[in-house]
Design a protein around this ligand. Structure first.
Ligand SMILES: N[C@@H](CCC(=O)N[C@@H](CS)C(=O)NCC(=O)O)C(=O)O
Length: 211
């Protein structure tokens, strides 16, 4: 398998964690988002969405981090990244999607570039935007985690796709110095997950293309 990714991409970070949890090794190709390689002809020919991550499996090019992670979970079931019961699976998927579908798309590179270049928003205002959408999402997630009594992981006693999404989003929040004090559950889960090698080794700073 070949993973196309970028060290700072949080969607790629999710897939790196999932691969590590499954104990799967992949070849890496780095797409430099700040230099715009994702919109270049060469990469768009492979992935017309112009986004990372992309996982190449044989002659299949898989895109969208959650689809890739569920593919990995189906192909390599141990350890599972979703709980057993359908209701629990729905809860975990909802937590993951609250990050991947409702928070992260608003702090994506192309959105931030649009705010900068098209709307001429200064850096401090762009950072306000970035923090605002994470805070909105984290506030709700914190309440949901507290209601469940989650302490070490979002759900149960092992990592799920919810943790796989949470840790990279916390990393994004730290890039804009967001105050995480109001989110003790999120902080505790993030801190605990990062003690696990699968999460730790996926950190942006440890990737070969890190700058
Ligand atoms: N929903 C997609 C989002 C992928 C995505 O937005 N990737 C970002 C990096 S985290 C990207 O490639 N951005 C390039 C750009 O915005 O031009 C997924 O989960 O894979």
């Amino acid at each position: 398998m070949i993973l196309y990714d970028y060290f700072r991409s949080s969607a790629s970070y999710r897939v790196r964690i999932a691969l590590n949890l499954k104990g799967l090794a992949v070849e890496r190709r780095h797409i430099h988002l700040r230099r715009g390689e994702q919109t270049g002809e060469a990469y768009r020919a492979l992935n017309p969405q112009g986004l990372v991550p992309m996982l190449v499996v044989g002659d299949q090019r898989l895109t969208q981090s959650l689809a890739i992670i569920e593919y990995l979970d189906e192909r390599h079931p141990a350890p599972p990244l979703l709980p057993e019961a359908p209701e629990d699976r729905a809860w975990v998927r909802a937590a993951a999607q609250s990050i991947a579908c409702d928070i992260h798309p608003l702090d994506n590179t192309r959105v931030m570039q649009y705010l900068e270049h098209t709307l001429a928003l200064e850096a401090p205002r762009r950072d306000d935007w970035y923090r605002h959408w994470i805070e909105l999402g984290f506030r709700a997630l914190e309440t949901q985690l507290a209601a469940r009594g989650s302490e070490r992981f979002c759900f149960g006693n092992a990592p799920t796709v919810a943790d796989v999404c949470l840790v990279p989003q916390v990393a994004n929040s730290q890039r804009v110095s967001m105050d995480l004090a109001p989110y003790p559950r999120i902080r505790a889960i993030n801190d605990h997950c990062l003690t696990l090698p699968a999460f730790d080794r996926a950190r942006p700073a440890l990737q070969p293309d890190a700058e």
